[in-house]
Design a protein around this ligand. Structure first.
Ligand code: PPS
Length: 350
């Protein structure tokens, strides 16, 4: 008798109760539960043999989510010394970092596209957060060993509170922040994590979407990251330049002109034109020194899954977000950005 009651409860009552509970939830919450179950079972990690993410607590009290291979770097980054003429490009990953790196390097090197086409960006621009990378080594060490008589170019994805103390305490060098509307940023990140072997596999899109919304991914919440840099920009307008991916897309030449002015580099109209032409998506995606093809060759990125230079568009999120996801994201966005004075464009300009 007890067995029959037990079996009935397990077979009928429990699933019905679960179904009723699930169906009362908003779609995004439902996806959340699905995502948690998948993550907790660890099946994806096991089958894809990718590294795990871990939360790293840093001595200044901050926390950050990083892949295992990067967990020792934040402490060292905090102690990194900035030189007065350093140029720093700081972004949340997939916001247009590579694009800005190429623009900045060319502006500071007299639009020398010949050298830019012959030397990979990884060798022209140090990557502060890079722990150890095939063929590049340790990004932080490369920057520390940078010749004293050569201008240093620094790329970082660290959130503001994990920038070197040197930068946190006072304006040093010149910093350029690029931010991208979060829907396209999320889609670009999803494809990047699918093809990049040093990060955990993102799982199915629905799962990644929830992880992105919750900030449960490498580098944490897009909202916290972007807002941190926006606040820094408000406090340090002379040493920080802030631009959106969408603005770069709309007016590349205009932005190259403004960034050159910010970096106090005197360029001719012809040089500005050369940089703008060299930095279009079609040109950079064909250029071996900017399209990360060497990472494909080294087996770090699988270009059969997705290219590094994938589409470079505004509005690709429409090909990924479901109606429910879009609605849930808009609600989250309205809540998290209600005090912001920063606005994003989610549609391509005409
Ligand atoms: S990373 O790995 O964080 O450094 O990636 P990041 O460079 O920030 O972002 C890569 C995305 O930027 C796009 N991209 C460009 N778009 C337009 N024009 C140019 N020149 C350009 N260069 C890079 C790149 O295609 C990635 O976006 P998606 O949407 O995935 O294509």
């Amino acid at each position: 008798m007890i067995f029959v009651i037990g079996a009935t409860l397990t077979a009928v009552v429990v699933p019905t109760a679960c179904w009723m509970w699930m169906s009362r939830m908003r779609p995004v919450d439902r996806m959340c539960v699905k995502a948690e179950i998948l993550c907790k079972t660890g099946l994806q990690r096991f089958f894809t043999k990718r590294p795990d993410l871990c939360t790293v607590k840093v001595s200044n009290g901050s926390e950050i989510i990083l892949p295992d291979a990067m967990k020792h770097s934040p402490e060292e980054i905090l102690k990194f010394k900035i030189r007065p003429d350093d140029v720093i490009v700081a972004t949340y990953s997939k916001a247009g970092t590579t694009w800005m790196q190429e623009i900045v390097w060319l502006i500071c090197n007299g639009a020398d596209t010949k050298t830019a086409k012959a030397t990979r960006l990884l060798d022209r621009f140090g990557f502060l957060d890079l722990p150890q990378f095939p063929g590049v080594g340790n990004g932080l060490q490369a920057l520390e060993n940078w010749p004293k008589d050569k201008k240093r170019f620094v790329k970082t994805h660290m959130p503001v509170e994990l920038l070197p103390y040197d930068l946190q305490e006072a304006p040093k060098g010149k910093m350029i922040c690029v931010v991208r509307n979060p829907k396209d940023n999320c889609v670009s990140l999803y494809h990047f994590f699918r093809m990049n072997m040093i990060f955990p596999h993102p799982g199915p899109w629905d799962q990644f979407f929830v992880d992105f919304c919750q900030g449960n991914i490498q580098l944490g919440s897009w909202f916290d990251h972007v807002y941190g840099y926006w606040k820094l920009f408000q406090e340090r307008k002379g040493s920080v330049y802030f631009v959106t991916f969408e603005t770069l897309k709309k007016d590349l030449k205009g932005e190259v002109t403004k960034i050159a002015r910010f970096l106090e580099e005197d360029l001719s109209d012809e040089q500005i034109d050369t940089i703008a032409q060299h930095c279009t998506f079609s040109s950079m995606s064909k250029n071996k020194c900017t399209n990360y093809s060497e990472c494909g060759e080294a087996g770090v990125m699988n270009f059969n899954v997705s290219k590094f230079m994938r589409k470079g568009e505004v509005g690709d999120w429409k090909n990924h977000f479901t109606i429910n996801q879009n609605q849930a994201f808009d609600e989250l966005y309205a809540k998290r950005t209600k005090d912001w004075t920063l606005e994003f464009e989610f549609e391509p300009s005409e």
